[in-house]
Design a protein around this ligand. Structure first.
Ligand code: THU
Length: 136
């Protein structure tokens, strides 16, 4: 399969950020998640008047992909005005659902940084720590 360039994912994440519902923070974020098959799922942050119920762009992109039957992922792009990196909760969910993938961070001014999810969440808790039924 042809590799998709980070710039293509950036455009999807940028577009997603335009749909952000962020009246409380005024901080729009968009995310674009590339599946192993080459499809792209978008997410934006959606805030709630009960602030703690707000959901980040990254987790909404992951939910969009998972609900459409995707389980394997190749890369995640995040677009914001000034280069948001994933919050702690998102780092956990990215690790749980996507494993060790590249994460591309874009700003509106065209700055670009690249990380790996493994490096963003050192010493992770994950399903390898959970006791499986077969171990009991
Ligand atoms: N936010 C994201 O959607 N992704 C990030 O990587 C950082 C933060 C959202 C959460 C909240 O709606 C707003 O940005 C300000 O924190």
């Amino acid at each position: 399969m042809e590799t998709i360039k980070p710039e293509i994912l950036k455009e999807h994440a940028r577009k997603a950020s335009t749909f952000s519902h962020s009246p409380f923070s005024n901080y729009p974020v968009g995310a674009a998640l590339l599946t192993e098959e080459g499809s792209i799922f978008r997410g934006c942050n959606i805030e709630s008047s009960s602030y703690g119920l707000s959901v980040c762009a990254e987790r909404n992109a992951i939910a969009a992909a998972v609900v459409n039957g995707h389980k394997k992922f190749k890369a995640l792009a995040i677009y914001s005005n000034n280069g948001a990196t994933p919050c702690g909760a998102c780092r956990q969910v990215i690790w749980d659902i996507c494993g060790d993938i590249p994460i591309y961070i874009f700003t509106k001014d065209g700055e670009f940084e690249q990380y790996r999810s493994k490096d963003l969440l050192p010493f992770p808790f994950d399903d390898s720590k959970l006791i499986k039924e077969s171990d009991q």
